[in-house]
Design a binder for this molecule. Structure first.
Ligand code: 5GP
Length: 196
């Protein structure tokens, strides 16, 4: 499996919490184009095991690492997240695929699979994140934690820009506009249109 190029592009979506990256991405790609990651985070209401994530115990996650099953893994906000090597190969066999990852995750995948891995960063202002958080989150402690995280996550923008095949999306725009921006990038990069 190692050193074999991917047949189709693998889009890696990044950006601060509150940038809308997950919802926008789900509106552009068919659900089966998502590479399902593994995580030790607790399952949230409305999520489904093996659909949103493979929800693992810390011991199960450790086993995946030992067996060299993950192409990358990272620790984010108190939990482990990682992507299976085989899952990326399988999902990109017939069409493009995507996942929402940390920058460290992207770096490791890009090193392993090369330029068929396309980084896309959702750029959003702090003011926009504050207004979105105020609408959906009432706990002031959670809001403060999220905004602290924003200050770290926004630094990633410059690092992503340093990759020649990267894209920065203005995520301050209306939802439909951001969806259109992402769709245009995907259709331009991938000769096979993902919704067909
Ligand atoms: P959430 O817990 O809200 O579902 O995800 C939080 C963040 O974890 C995502 O925004 C993404 O940056 C990161 N993430 C999710 N899956 C993976 C993965 O497989 N690998 C890495 N490195 N990061 C992930």
């Amino acid at each position: 499996m190692d050193n074999q190029p991917l047949k189709h592009h693998f889009f890696v979506i990044m950006g601060p919490s509150g940038s809308g990256k997950t919802k926008v991405t789900e509106a552009v790609f068919p659900s089966e184009y998502k590479v399902v990651s593994h995580t030790t985070r607790k399952i949230r209401e409305g999520e489904r095991d093996h659909v949103d994530y493979y929800f693992e115990t810390p011991e199960e996650f450790e086993k995946l690492i030992q067996n060299d099953a993950l192409v990358e893994y990272d620790f984010y906000h108190g939990n482990y997240y990682g992507v299976g090597k085989a899952a990326i190969f399988e999902k990109t066999n017939d069409h493009c695929a995507y996942d929402v990852l940390t920058f460290k995750g992207f770096q490791q995948i890009e090193q392993f699979f090369g330029s068929k891995v396309i980084p896309i960063y959702f750029d959003v202002s702090k003011d926009k994140v504050v207004s979105r958080l105020n609408i959906r989150e009432s706990n002031p402690v959670t809001i403060e934690q999220r905004l602290k995280l924003y200050d770290e996550e926004i630094l990633v923008k410059n690092q992503v820009s340093s990759y020649p095949n990267s894209f920065i999306i203005n995520a301050n725009d209306d939802f439909e506009q951001v969806v259109a921006s992402l769709r245009q990038i995907v259709e331009c990069i991938d000769s096979i249109h993902c919704r067909e």
